[in-house]
Design a protein around this ligand. Structure first.
Ligand code: HEM
Length: 421
């Protein structure tokens, strides 16, 4: 029997985790997480309209949970949604019409499906793609120069570049860029009013999903008829035990690639640039020593932690840090908190472009470890390697604004003033 509100003490600091607006307020979110790590690192959160869950805020506990992927599974509640969203997802999946991506799946099916696209994310594929990524990085830094001396770095630069990279990897035509941009933002910015479709109701979100379906079903048909050398063809023609993937798994694969690699990287790039602006000593250090780019990119990813959480469900009664967890309970993995854990990071609230080691959990851990981690790192590396030597000055030209979402989030706007060669 799962845990109920009657069974447990409830620390109200933890309510922020189930409050999208808290994610738009760094100071508020981190104050609560620091308090929880110190006082109640495994805490019950009961804040409607979300169903209750355990939040785990310590780095070591999150790793242990992700490592044990038989005891803690992704289905049926892979991420935090209002109860109504959970219900709709379940109804759709029961009816066989729900999106079922890698993040929703468990082994052995997860392993089989992941294998189909995995080669396209390995180092060899990354090396092949690097020329194209460097070219795109240059295109966007040139654009930044041309529209200067001021721009909104998020909407003018950071949002477009990662999507172009993914469309290139998938092998889709550039003409489809505006449509994909809109769809991925409508899907991932779900809690935030600025990117919502219509009223942001469950029906509106469903309409977004249906648009994805229509687009990618047509893509599958064309790649099956005429395979090309790209990720889209690998997905369209992928087989499991000799059988083609189901239509749902195929479409879901495109959706996860198009969406997971987009806003996440945008958030890391724009939040990374902001961290450099806020820490001019670190910017100067990196400009003077480009060999720090690898550690700098890693620190930007830790610092921004674009994916705020994923969830797992306990398949049997167990304990985390001595706290009893009942079978069927949901567990929220607080990546944002893990990446400021005092037990793992020296001076965790200091942005340090030379930080090494940097064992952050921004890409998760274990069998679901981010498939696109090498791609995200390469994209960021290319962009900052192009940008920093050409940048003579940079400052904020207005207030940066964070998105209000419990899932994938970061800066919505980053107004900057700069001089760029
Ligand atoms: C800085 C950018 C990124 C961050 C912070 C990020 C973060 C994450 C996280 C936290 C997970 C879940 C890991 C877990 O459950 O343990 C994940 C999974 C995933 N990511 Fe990323 N990601 C980023 C970029 C990308 C890119 C560029 C792609 C490529 C298209 C991508 C594709 C995926 C896929 C397909 C999964 C599902 C893997 C699975 O469930 O097996 N991500 N990512």
């Amino acid at each position: 029997m799962s845990t109920s509100a009657m069974d447990v003490h409830h620390d109200h600091a933890a309510n922020v985790l189930a409050d999208p607006t808290a994610y738009a307020d760094d100071a508020r979110l981190h104050a609560a997480l620091t308090h929880l790590r110190a006082n109640e690192p495994v805490v019950w959160v009961d804040n409607p309209p979300y169903r209750p869950f355990w939040a785990v805020t310590r780095h070591a506990d999150i790793m242990a949970i992700e490592r044990d992927n038989n005891l803690f599974v992704s289905g049926p509640r892979p991420l935090l949604m209002p109860a109504e969203g959970d219900d709709v997802m379940k109804q759709q999946q029961d009816a066989g019409i729900g999106l079922r991506t890698l993040i929703h799946m468990d082994d052995p099916h997860h392993r089989d499906v992941r294998k189909i696209g995995a080669d396209w994310f390995r180092p060899k594929a990354m090396r092949d793609l690097k020329v194209r990524v460097d070219e795109l990085a240059k295109r966007y830094v040139d654009k930044m120069r041309d529209i200067g001396p001021e721009c909104d770095f998020v909407t003018d630069i950071a949002v477009n570049y990662p999507l172009y990279v993914i469309l290139s990897l998938l092998g889709l035509p550039e003409d489809d860029f505006p449509r994909m941009l809109k769809l991925t933002q409508e899907m991932f910015g779900g809690d935030d009013t600025e990117h919502k479709r219509g009223e942001g109701s469950t029906e509106d979100l469903l309409a977004v999903l249906m648009d994805f379906f229509a687009y990618f079903s047509a893509l599958t048909a064309s790649r099956r008829e005429q395979p090309t050398d790209d990720l889209a063809s690998a997905i369209a023609n992928g087989t499991i035990n000799g059988e083609p993937m189901s239509d749902m798994d195929t479409v879901s694969y495109y959706v996860i690639v198009a969406s997971a690699g987009h806003d996440t990287t945008k958030d890391a790039i724009s939040g990374g640039l902001r961290a450099l602006i806020d820490n001019p000593d670190q910017l100067a250090r990196l400009q003077n020593d480009p060999s720090l780019m690898g550690t700098a990119v890693e620190e930007m990813i830790r610092w921004t932690t674009p994916v705020k959480e994923f969830m797992r469900t306990a398949t049997a009664a167990t304990e985390i840090r001595g706290v009893p967890i009942a079978e069927g309970d949901s567990v929220y993995l607080a990546y944002v908190s893990a990446n400021r854990d005092e037990e793992v990071f020296t001076d965790p609230f200091h942005f340090d472009v030379g930080r090494d080691p940097n064992k952050h959990l921004a890409f998760g851990y274990g069998v679901h470890f981010c498939l696109g981690a090498a791609l995200a790192r390469m994209e960021m590396n290319s962009l900052f390697t192009e940008l920093l030597p050409r940048l003579d000055s940079i400052e904020l030209a207005g207030e940066p604004e964070l998105s209000a979402t419990t899932f994938v989030g970061g800066l919505k706007h980053l107004p900057i003033r700069y001089s760029l060669r």
